[in-house]
Write a protein that binds this ligand. Structure first.
Ligand SMILES: Cc1cc2nc3c(=O)[nH]c(=O)nc-3n(C[C@H](O)[C@H](O)[C@H](O)COP(=O)(O)OP(=O)(O)OC[C@H]3O[C@@H](n4cnc5c(N)ncnc54)[C@H](O)[C@@H]3O)c2cc1C
Length: 385
């Protein structure tokens, strides 16, 4: 019954707002109002209070009809920000932020990592000091993806320097246009500046923009990270890197047994990966994902890297012909029109996937301890990410 209701609503949406003649913003607004943004969210907040698994049916149907995708322009807000608001936000915060996340009116970024706090995230030193109804924030963040084109930052800051490090943190939403927020793009090896340094100097944040209780920032941050890993591992209707390698292999018709073996091995692993992702999605009834997100991210990101390595080997000498190293900082225009079709660019970008969102070393520790139940390392890792 619920599945039919969701399917009927999806067809109604497509009938009243045909993707071919409806603008992106108007379509996403209508999708949010129909409760089809996140079907497991409450009614009135982009959802229908239904099983999370039904969202996949909606997304697949809308993609087939050529509808815009709410996640693509605001990846961090859509997957991480919205989930954190649902779990820890007040009703006022949910009403204020969820709609513009989905419609793309407000892009979100993540202000967690610092020069001295990456894997060991609980060591953040950015300070937030209470001043009446506000907090005054000072510190430096780094590797903040899309911060230069974001409206809202998910900020992890230290509010109690005397407490043990995991207990002295609090989670805020910072308006990226506030006085004292200085965003400086950083160039990556693709030439693009996808991420940034963010300097925070006497930035004032109202207490109403605090997510969760004071000193409970670590729990909120962990929920953010678990949703981040699921992002990497989500089932994609579109072609993946292994399909791309296969297309290239067919075009080039390379008579090399070693390349052929690599191709077949990747294809098998991609199929297994897809089944694992589908199972994890089916198991995930609602709420915060567990360690399976970490396992999936670990497997998928290595698969991506190997697929692009194979693509470059298939290209042979042509793989060297990448000439776009000129620094390009994201702007609304370059972000919307960015060219992703060059497999050489994607090879370079894929190197970051085993670092961002938790490195493979850290994910192996999580897998060993939380999934396999192996004893903790005799010298416990200093990380807690
Ligand atoms: C493309 C990209 C986008 C990013 N976007 C964001 C973002 O939007 N917001 C944000 O906050 N951060 C972002 N990051 C930062 C990312 O989360 C960190 O780079 C990552 O957590 C690793 O931290 P680090 O770079 O400080 O490396 P470190 O933690 O210093 O690690 C260095 C090396 O040591 C290893 N290591 C560290 N501790 C251990 C241990 N205990 N056991 C075994 N090995 C260990 C690591 O695996 C790694 O190989 C991004 C990174 C990249 C590459």
């Amino acid at each position: 019954m619920t599945a039919k209701l969701v399917a009927d609503r999806t067809e109604d949406l497509l009938r009243t707002h045909p993707p071919g003649t409806t603008g992106r913003h108007a379509f996403l607004t209508a999708q949010y109002e129909a409760g089809l943004a996140w079907v497991h969210f409450p009614e009135g907040l982009g959802g229908l209070g239904m099983a999370r698994a039904l969202q996949r049916e909606v997304d697949t149907r809308l993609a087939a009809a050529g509808a815009p995708d709410g996640a693509s322009a605001n990846r961090l807000g859509y997957s991480m920000g919205a989930a954190v608001l649902l779990a820890y936000g007040t009703r006022e915060q949910q009403e204020r932020f969820l709609r513009p996340i989905f419609t793309g009116d407000e892009r979100w970024c993540q202000l967690f990592s610092e020069p001295g706090a990456g894997s060991d995230l609980a060591s953040v030193t950015t300070r937030a000091v209470r001043s009446g109804d506000e907090w005054v924030v000072n510190g430096q963040k780094v590797w903040s993806s899309m911060a230069n084109i974001s409206a809202v930052g998910m900020l992890l800051a230290r509010t109690d320097p005397d407490a043990p490090k995991h207990h002295g943190l609090t989670y805020f939403l910072v308006d990226m246009r506030s006085p004292g927020v200085d965003v400086r793009p950083l160039r990556q090896m693709t030439g693009e500046a996808e991420f940034n340094e963010v300097y925070l100097t006497d930035v004032r944040i109202p207490d109403s923009a605090r997510i969760g209780p004071v000193s409970a920032g670590w729990q909120v941050a962990l929920a953010t990270l678990m949703n981040e890993r699921v992002l990497f591992n989500r089932e994609r209707p579109e072609k993946g890197p292994v399909d791309e390698a296969l297309d290239l292999y067919r075009q080039r018709a390379v008579p090399d047994p070693e390349l052929r073996t690599r191709m077949i091995d990747l294809w098998i692993r991609a199929r297994v990966q897809r089944l694992g992702t589908a199972r994890a999605a089916a198991n995930l009834a609602a709420g915060t994902p567990g360690p399976e997100g970490s396992t999936g991210k670990l497997a998928y990101t290595h698969l991506i890297q190997e697929a692009y390595e194979l693509c470059l080997d298939l290209l042979g000498d042509e793989s060297m012909l990448y000439d776009s190293y000129a620094m390009t900082a994201y702007s609304e225009e370059t972000f919307a029109g960015r060219v992703e079709h060059d497999v050489r660019r994607r090879f370079l970008r894929s190197r970051a996937t085993t670092i961002e969102g938790g490195t493979s070393e850290i994910l192996r520790t999580i897998l060993a301890e939380r999934t396999l139940g192996l004893p903790r390392a005799s010298h416990p890792p200093r990380t807690n990410r």
